[in-house]
Design a protein around this ligand. Structure first.
Ligand code: MG
Length: 367
């Protein structure tokens, strides 16, 4: 089988809550998502989606996805999409870094592999584990009162695992965390995610002040060494996210016992192929995971659900229905959370049927 053409589509996805806010005053109102349609000489069409969380969350931005696809796409024309390992090697040979650009192409190849074999992606990635996957809900940074109210609202939709956005003024973050913790019901899980934004002296102050609260602390500082120093100053279980962006970084952090949980985002590491490698490494090393991505709609949610649902339950800290954060559906059968739980699609490949009228005309066509 050969790749004959790659169409690139751009879709704006307005956020459900109007504005999603995290550390350092960063926020976005609309996801700028990119969908690729990968055509083959045998009539199969695979899909991939990638959506950075604005330009200031990870070293990735939406226009960069499209520019990168123009650079990389021509090298994939004529390649066999079923050979996902070979495809990944070709991509790394022709474009250094830029994992988010590769993610959508890699996803489309996995979709084609599933369509060609008649198997759902979750089967190709190891098979269904457990009934369903728990999704966390991110709670935008806001006043303590509004964050408590937002949790109440999300609890009403069935969620019971909350990730609050801190990483602001330390005194206010302490108040936010304490107010939210006091509002939780038995059995609910709390994560305080600073998204890299505390300086070590600020993080040190916060972790001391919230030491009595039953919570997980996520990515307090920007640098790895800074995070490691804070890890050593707290007894709270520790999550690393932004800084764990490759298998090598995962191994280094595990050797240092730098975290208990890692967040594997498909586009942060270069797509499903590398994310699956890292997932399997985590399984072997006993590190729990949140399997997710930085944003997007039904196509990327299908890929996330397939990887998460094929991960052993004991190591599945949480996952994310990223399509639940925005208001626009871009495909039929995109997995939706039910009472805070999501399941991998059962159809072949990604198991979704893109809505071509929503995707509109291709902004770039490579053939
Ligand atoms: Mg995070």
């Amino acid at each position: 089988m050969r790749i004959t053409k790659i169409d690139v589509h751009q879709v704006d996805l307005p956020l459900r809550e109007g504005k999603y806010s995290w550390s350092g005053g960063k926020s976005i109102r609309v996801y700028d998502s990119t969908v690729v349609r990968m055509h083959t000489d045998q009539g199969l069409v695979g899909h991939g989606e990638v959506c950075p969380l604005g330009p200031a969350y990870l070293p990735a931005y939406a226009a960069g996805v499209r520019t990168g696809l123009k650079e990389l796409g021509p090298h994939l024309i004529g390649q066999d999409p079923l050979q996902v390992g070979v495809i990944n090697r070709v991509m790394d040979q022709h474009l250094k870094g830029h994992p988010y650009v590769k993610s959508a192409l890699d996803m489309a190849c996995w979709d084609i592999l599933g369509l060609a074999s008649g198997l759902p992606l979750v089967t190709l990635l190891g098979g269904v584990q457990g009934e369903a996957v728990k999704c966390y809900r991110a709670i935008s940074q806001d006043t303590p009162e509004r964050m408590v109210a937002r949790i109440e609202e999300m609890r009403g939709e069935g969620h019971h695992h909350f990730q609050i956005k801190v990483g602001g003024d330390p005194a206010l973050d302490i108040k936010r965390t304490r107010a939210v913790a006091e509002s939780l019901k038995p059995g609910e899980v709390l994560v305080a995610d600073a998204n890299t934004s505390w300086l070590p002296y600020q993080a040190a102050r916060v972790v001391r002040a919230i030491e009595d609260i039953d919570l997980y602390l996520e990515q307090p500082c920007l640098g790895y060494d800074e995070c490691l120093s804070i890890r050593k100053r707290t007894t709270r279980p520790f999550i690393l996210d932004e800084i764990i962006d490759s298998p090598a970084m995962l191994l280094r952090a595990h050797a240092d016992r730098a975290m208990d949980v890692v967040n594997i985002k498909l586009s942060k590491v270069g797509g499903l192929t590398v994310a699956r490698q890292m997932r399997d490494m985590c399984v072997a090393m006993g590190i729990a995971m949140t399997i997710e991505d930085s944003g997007g709609s039904d196509i990327v949610t299908a890929a996330i659900a397939a990887l998460a649902h094929s991960t052993p339950e004991a190591l599945r800290f949480s996952s994310s229905d990223v399509n639940g954060y925005n208001t626009k559906s871009i495909a039929e059968n995109g997995p939706r959370h039910e009472g805070g739980w999501i399941k991998a699609p059962t159809g072949a490949g990604l198991g979704v049927k893109p809505l071509l009228d929503v995707l509109g005309k291709a902004v770039v066509s490579i053939e």
